[in-house]
Design a protein around this ligand. Structure first.
Ligand SMILES: Nc1ncnc2c1ncn2[C@@H]1O[C@H](COP(=O)(O)OP(=O)(O)OP(=O)(O)O)[C@@H](O)[C@H]1O
Ligand SMILES: [Zn+2]
Length: 734
């Protein structure tokens, strides 16, 4: 836009000025009465000419503004194209909908108009002043006209320009010149007339006039305008060069502070995610299907007068695919997807969050049909009562704005709002009201079959040494209880990285096993060298755990024992396979506690001293015992009561008597002591097995389930773990 403007104006200015200057060149040698010259003439002809010129100015000006508009249109188009290149290379329909931010338009217009007007003003004021350009000198006027008695009337304009009307026989009729001071001018005129003996009453009348153009009032503002326009232009250019589209430098941040930071994913280029890419959450998919069919075919619902839910909360632990499911919904429906994180609404400045919410919904409405996804909605939608202690006006204002926007649109807007959260319990009840987020879709950690399905999705793009069979995916799923979708994705990528590190041609099961271990317990720390005594302690400690687990009915199946240091703290570890179970029995609790104590008890039985190696185990045991007494009603003495210390005003308040407190204390002690006794009894009986396993660990460092069977015989119980039985137990038929 600016280049267009620039190249036009100097040209125009030249073409306007040139004839003016030519007109006023004084051909000294030409006879005064010549008809074919028009020197120093303020004639009606000139006036016409001027107005013609004026017309031309106007004409040009309108052309200029037209060009300006056209250019700014081009500009917008370019901007759109740029955006589209980013978001959508081929989607023509969306071009129209591409939101050009109002701030950006305003900004452009501002720069454009301030520059445009500045040029116009300077131009016109220059013209205004060229109207009074002098070309005769005062002396020439005196000698050529006044002394010869050719002057009929004199007009002094603005005390500096004199326009003299000549007698009617003269052609031209008017001449102009400038004067330095009015007093000097009057004196000179008088002197000349005195010299010519013109009586006072016949002397040439002199009138004084003050003329000013509106431009003279505007001229003082021009430097300011130029300054503002120039600064804005430079900043805008910088921004464009960066190509950030408004989130780059500090200037952008200030200009765009109230703008939503939502990322736009375009349906045809960016959202390749379909429902088939989201595995293991069929119920959730079914529920969200309603939104898809609404966005695809709103008429079907509208003609029946049905009100479509405006939004849904997707809740679940981190990495369970909330974002993915929301994206897949947009992908399936073939609509744009605006993604924003709740925390991005929150800024230091009050009112910014609300303004961002407004901007987000405005954009969404322009692009409708579309899906807005607000991740971590708890950042703004946290319960207001719960925050009453620490009032947070900004957060509340943002939440209120969100509620207003959701109430504000009706289903004909065809905008669906999905929101993700890990803490649905924290959300303000007002958000869940019908007409707002009236659907609540839970995405839990996947179970065995779910994990298997997710593995299949993420194994698809990998180069494996063998085809992705049900058994292979099942095996990986069985090895990774408690993994979320994100963990599985991470694990698959990790396996590929490990395979690449080993220069493998394809990824094998062993790479996956290494990846799983890495994800669970961290990287092997082979560089961490233990002293032989320490190593022995670790081996006996781990053997204690392993033997306990082997002979306890409710212990989870053991996969592997290792004394290779891993991750931050673990010097050794045992990998078990917990079942995907939702209930834990009291007996199970006790067996877990015994197993956890196995390490320490083995140290007690095999060495004279004990070590800090059991710190983690003891913490686990204490936590379990506390839960049994305080929360689970698993203590006969205290009965089926829940004791929950309330955390009010930073003070732990115990809603029970000292006596009860003492009872709780003694019960927790008793449970742990019982577990310890049982553990000691078990390991004393199996002391030879512990020794066998520990010694083998010292030589081999890693023992698998098969090694255990070879050393101490098979477990005396049938494995209860379904996943294990189905995919991992080599004895079971697959
Ligand atoms: N059900 C699933 N099927 C396939 N892949 C999944 C699934 N769940 C998660 N993933 C993988 O995990 C990644 C992260 O998931 P996503 O970002 O959707 O989780 P989220 O629940 O939104 O997490 P957060 O709560 O941390 O925002 C996805 O990009 C995908 O690769
Ligand atoms: Zn331990």
């Amino acid at each position: 836009m600016i280049t267009g403007l620039r190249s036009r104006v100097p040209f125009m200015a030249r073409s306007l000025r040139a004839p003016l200057t030519r007109t006023f060149v004084l051909p000294r040698k030409t006879p005064l009465h010549s008809n074919n010259i028009s020197i120093n003439i303020y004639s009606p002809a000139f006036k016409r000419n001027f107005s013609v010129l004026n017309n031309r100015i106007l004409f040009n000006a309108s052309k200029l503004s037209f060009a300006e508009n056209k250019n700014s249109n081009d500009e917008n188009k370019n901007k759109k194209d740029e955006d589209n290149n980013k978001n959508d290379k081929n989607n023509k329909k969306d071009n129209k909908n591409e939101p050009v931010s109002p701030t950006q338009l305003l900004f452009k217009d501002w720069v454009l108009y301030s520059l445009g007007f500045t040029f116009l003003f300077s131009l016109l004021s220059a013209l205004g002043s060229s109207e009074i350009t002098h070309s005769l000198t005062f002396q020439e006027f005196l000698t050529r006209y006044l002394e010869k008695g050719l002057v009929q009337k004199i007009e002094v304009i603005n005390n500096s320009i004199v326009r003299a009307e000549l007698i009617s026989t003269q052609n031209p009729r008017y001449v102009t010149f400038t004067i330095g001071s009015v007093a000097f001018f009057e004196r000179e005129i008088d002197q000349v007339q005195e010299k010519l003996d013109i009586p006072l009453n016949e002397r040439i009348p002199v009138t004084y006039e003050r003329r000013s153009s509106i431009f003279s009032y505007l001229i003082p503002f021009i430097p300011t305008l130029i300054l503002i326009g120039g600064t804005l232009y430079i900043l805008n250019t910088i921004r464009k060069k960066r190509g950030t589209g408004g989130s780059g430098g500090p200037f952008d941040q200030i200009m765009n502070v109230g703008k939503s930071k939502a990322k736009l994913f375009n349906q045809e280029t960016d959202i390749k995610v379909q429902f088939k890419d989201v595995a293991g959450c069929d119920e959730a998919k079914e529920e969200i299907m309603e939104f898809v069919s609404f966005l695809k075919n709103p008429k079907r619902y509208e003609k029946l007068g049905a009100k479509i839910p405006r939004g849904a909360i997707l809740s679940g632990p981190p990495g369970t695919g909330k974002t993915l499911l929301a994206k897949a919904t947009a992908g399936e429906a073939g609509v744009p997807f605006l993604s924003v994180s709740g925390s991005e609404f929150v800024e230091m400045f009050v009112g910014v969050g609300a303004s961002r919410v407004r901007d987000l919904f405005k954009t969404a409405r322009k692009m409708a049909p579309c899906i807005i996804f607000i991740d971590e909605i708890d950042a703004i939608g946290g319960s207001r009562e719960k925050n009453s202690m620490r009032s947070n006006d900004e957060k509340e204002a943002t939440l209120n704005q969100l509620l207003v926007e959701m109430d504000g649109f009706d289903s004909t807007d065809h905008v669906v709002v999905l929101a993700g959260t890990n803490r649905p319990d924290m959300l303000d009840k007002a958000l869940m009201r019908p007409g707002r987020f009236d659907r609540h879709i839970v995405l839990d950690k996947p179970d065995l079959e779910g994990r298997k399905a997710i593995y299949k999705v993420h194994l698809r793009p990998l180069k494996l040494s063998h085809p992705v069979t049900d058994v292979f995916a099942g095996k990986l799923a069985a090895l990774t209880p408690g993994f979320s979708g994100a963990d599985i994705a991470n694990c698959c990528n990790e396996a590929a990285l490990i395979a690449a590190r080993h220069d493998a041609d394809a990824i094998e099961l062993k790479h996956f096993e290494a990846a799983i271990e890495r994800v669970i317990v961290g990287l092997e720390q082979r560089g961490r060298v233990l002293s032989p005594e320490e190593k022995k302690t670790v081996a006996y400690h781990e053997a204690g755990h392993a033997i306990c687990g082997w002979y306890l009915k409710y212990a989870d199946p053991l996969l592997k024992v290792s004394i290779i240091p891993r991750g931050q703290a673990a010097l050794g570890y045992a990998q078990y396979l917990p079942d995907d179970q939702y209930l834990t029995s009291q007996e199970q609790f006790q067996h877990r506690m015994i197993m956890a104590l196995g390490g320490r008890v083995s140290e007690e039985l095999n060495f004279d001293d004990i070590t800090t190696g059991a710190a983690d185990d003891l913490q686990k045991v204490t936590r379990m015992a506390n839960a049994m007494v305080l929360k689970l009603g698993m203590s006969k003495k205290l009965g089926t009561i829940v004791f929950e210390p309330k955390d009010t005003n930073m003070q732990v308040h115990k809603p029970y008597s000292e006596e009860t407190w003492e009872n709780i204390d003694s019960e927790v002690h008793k449970i742990i002591d019982d577990a310890h006794t049982r553990c000691k009894k078990l390991l004393s009986e199996k002391i030879d097995e512990v020794k066998k396993v520990a010694e083998e660990l010292l030589t081999k460092e890693v023992l698998t389930r098969e090694d255990m069977i070879r050393l101490v015989g098979p477990r005396p119980f049938e494995e209860k773990n379904e996943a294990f039985k189905k995919y991992l137990d080599p004895d079971s038929k697959q």
